[in-house]
Write a protein that binds this ligand. Structure first.
Ligand code: CA
Length: 740
């Protein structure tokens, strides 16, 4: 039975009463503060069910191992911390449980902090059955950490974290000079749910330390968590300290890898990585000394280079603390690496990273490449890695012939769902039989079910709109997932319509509607918005001032989508500058697709993503797809910029196929891709236009320009900003005629 706090009474209680543990129900922040002040070991402060808006809670106290002080919800899951809310912990033997952070963001740089301030850290404190769901700052560049672990002997368990879309690690162990470094934290049985690509560094799910203090041991344990589609950046778990254990986690369809980035003597064992062939899904990347990677199971990992199933990096001789220490004494033993694209050794070798791995062992591993290929690659001398007792599914010309036996490998699924060789002679090769994949019901807050995913395009009602009716009114009245179906005839848009949810605007069957956009500004994507346009004409020929046809506003939903299919856009030519999709800095699209559409007389860029000028690797769209479309007298088909040399991200991915560009090009380019990681330009025709320009800034960009026709158009230009050597691009089967 809960007792309502009688605060004056609480202050005046006798010693006998104080010894009695109490449940103190509090209804607002004033009562909460008083209850914290008065709390004694064994007490529970209970937040009344309901919404706690803009609650910046500070929870301090000194419990004991036998009688901690608890902060919890009247009903687990029924206390929602919304708006500008956060929680700071200081003291010892505190327990927090049952709270949900959603519909808001922390006003500070942390949501849950294991310190009240720089002098008051938390120790022996547990956060359990907590939810942080979508509690992201709207500008993805604004950085925060959802759970910041300071102090020692703290535990985060059975909690649920998903939907972080702004910069900053989901859960970080902070190790600052002057603070305790021998942390001994435990992070276990949590559900780390989907984290979409951030499009920059700072999208790690877990980080333990930073380079500065990385030569000391944290002794943090990360075990039996699920990482489900945690695809924020190349590091899912970034270990930047020594003596940690990462054990028995389950990683599902996630881009990136567990990375032993800094610090020595870490153990990564018995983890299960199931990539499901998701692009850039990786396993473990090894740097530094004395790292042990053993008994892990990896299947269907599609990642290459730094996202390989196993990556052993080259180091920098006499490396400074924040670069790459040479790999020495690594033990890579009895892992199963199956149906996976790559194992990359001496990875990242270049003029700076010139120290190959030494005194290391690769022993007893079971290997099969994806699609029957040999996954092994060596980018430098691998004489410092001793290979013994490994077995590889036979390939014709294996890279490694000593210590890696080629076998006709027969595998079957065991009761634990994992593949093992049928040959009893191979019982001691690859991952052990007693692995037990973590089950979903073992992790997270058992009472929490996330909101249903936002309605998909086309999932809602179809609203037919008669010709001449107000499109703005129809959009205003629409709900998520709806389709507004336009009739044959004309519509007017006087001011840009605000799109707040996923919305489709399409022609009714057989109709060819025309939307007159006198100002040129058709729509504005606001928070939560996404837009699909199909089979209609946007007529902006009368636009007299510069405009963006579709503007993506700052604070728009991260990871939004825009698709134009069968859309015809007519611009004002040189009378005013008209751009197509214009992305504000700080926004990020999962996909922008131009399919079977035509764009004419637009002197700006049809897709404009150059707003972010800081050289930090931010870019505006993960995937840009242009197919079967035509561009006539446009300034640029697309202008994309990812600036800087950060290596933490995957995209952008750009593909342009079966399209035509004529009489186009502002200045020196008709299509400019700067910093894209994957560019596929296949089967297009360029006529009487400025050239296609691809600028490589970082990483190992894959650029393929194949089977295009260039008539009265200069040949494509590929530039390298930092790589020394000839431009890295495949140009083949292109047809050039009447080259000016
Ligand atoms: Ca990173």
């Amino acid at each position: 039975m809960l007792l309502r706090a009688v605060l004056m009474g609480a202050i005046g209680v006798s010693a006998a009463q104080a010894a009695q543990a109490r449940d103190i129900l509090v209804a607002d922040q004033v009562e909460y503060k008083a209850a914290v002040k008065a709390a004694k070991p064994g007490d529970s402060i209970v937040l009344r069910d309901g919404e706690w808006r803009d609650a910046q809670l500070v929870f301090t106290g000194a419990g004991t191992a036998d009688a901690p002080i608890t902060l919890t919800a009247q009903t687990k899951g029924k206390v929602l911390l919304t708006g500008a809310s956060n929680l700071r912990l200081g003291g010892s033997h505190l327990v927090v449980s049952g709270l949900v952070f959603k519909r808001g963001a922390s006003p500070t740089r942390e949501v849950i902090s294991f310190r009240r301030d720089s002098k008051t850290l938390a120790s022996d404190t547990r956060v359990t059955e907590i939810v942080i769901d979508g509690f992201s700052k709207p500008d993805r560049r604004a950085e925060d950490i959802w759970v910041a672990l300071y102090g020692t002997n703290n535990r985060v368990d059975h909690s649920h974290f998903e939907g972080k879309t702004n910069a900053g690690v989901t859960l970080a162990v902070i190790r600052k000079a002057g603070d305790p470094l021998d942390n001994r934290h435990r992070i276990d049985h949590n559900y780390f749910g989907p984290r979409p690509p951030l499009g920059s560094n700072g999208g790690e799910t877990i980080r333990i330390g930073t380079s500065e203090e990385s030569l000391s041991d944290s002794h943090t344990v990360v075990e039996r968590n699920i990482f489900d589609r945690t695809s924020g950046e190349v590091e899912i778990v970034s270990v930047k300290s020594g003596g940690n254990i990462v054990r028995e986690n389950l990683v599902l369809s996630s881009q990136g890898a567990f990375v032993l980035r800094h610090g020595n003597g870490n153990l990564v064992e018995r983890n299960i990585f199931l990539g499901n062939h998701v692009p850039d899904s990786g396993g473990v990347r090894i740097i530094n000394r004395d790292q042990i990677v053993r008994f892990n199971y990896m299947e269907g990992l599609a990642g290459k280079d730094f996202k390989s199933a196993i990556t052993v990096m080259n180091g920098v001789p006499n490396s400074v603390i924040n670069r790459y220490h040479q790999v020495s004494n690594a033990v890579i033993e009895r892992n199963s690496i199956l149906d996976s694209a790559r194992i990359t050794l001496a990875a990242g070798a270049d003029a700076e990273r010139s120290a190959p791995p030494v005194a290391s062992k690769f022993t007893g591993n079971l290997v099969s490449g994806a699609k029957g290929t040999d996954p092994f690659r060596a980018e430098d001398d691998i004489g410092g890695i001793a290979f013994a007792g490994n077995v590889e599914a036979a390939v014709e010309q294996p890279l490694l012939t000593n210590g890696v036996a080629q076998r006709d490998l027969q595998l079957e699924r065991a009761a634990n769902g994992l593949l093992y060789p049928t040959d009893p002679a191979l019982a001691e090769v690859g991952a052990p039989r007693d692995l037990v994949p973590v089950k979903r019901e073992e992790v997270g807050a058992p009472w929490y079910r996330p909101d249903a995913a936002e309605a998909a395009f086309g999932a809602g009602r179809t609203v037919e709109l008669a010709a001449g009716a107000s499109l703005a009114d129809a959009v205003g009245a629409s709900r998520a997932g709806d389709t507004i179906a336009l009739a044959a005839g004309a519509y007017e848009v006087a001011a840009p319509v605000a799109i707040h949810h996923r919305l489709t605007i399409a022609a009714q069957a057989g109709a060819a509607p025309v939307v007159h956009v006198a100002s040129g500004a058709f729509a504005r994507i606001e928070a939560g918005g996404g837009l699909r346009l199909a089979d209609l004409t946007l007529d902006a020929r009368k636009a007299a001032a510069d405009a963006a046809l579709i503007a993506v506003g700052a604070g728009a939903a991260p990871n939004y989508e825009i698709e134009m299919k069968g859309v015809s856009v007519r611009g004002p030519g040189q009378a005013a500058r008209l751009d197509g999709v214009v992305m504000a800095p700080g926004t990020f699209a999962n996909a922008i697709e131009l399919l079977g559409s035509s764009f004419a007389d637009m002197s700006g860029a049809v897709v404009l993503g150059t707003g972010e000028q800081q050289p930090k690797g931010w870019y505006p769209v993960e995937r840009l797809e242009i197919a079967g479309s035509s561009f006539i007298r446009v300034g640029l088909v697309a202008d994309l910029l990812r600036k800087g040399t950060d290596e933490s991200t995957f995209g952008p991915y750009v593909s342009m196929t079966g399209s035509s560009v004529s009489d186009s090009g502002a200045g020196d380019a008709s299509l400019r891709l700067s910093g894209a990681q994957h560019s596929e330009i296949f089967g297009n025709s360029f006529e009487n236009s400025a050239p296609l320009v691809v600028i490589h800034s970082v990483g190992k960009p894959e650029t393929r320009i194949v089977g295009n026709a260039f008539r009265a158009t200069p040949a494509p230009r590929v530039e390298e900003l930092s790589y020394k050597g000839p431009p890295r691009a495949k140009l083949a089967g292109n047809f050039t005629e009447g080259r000016p």
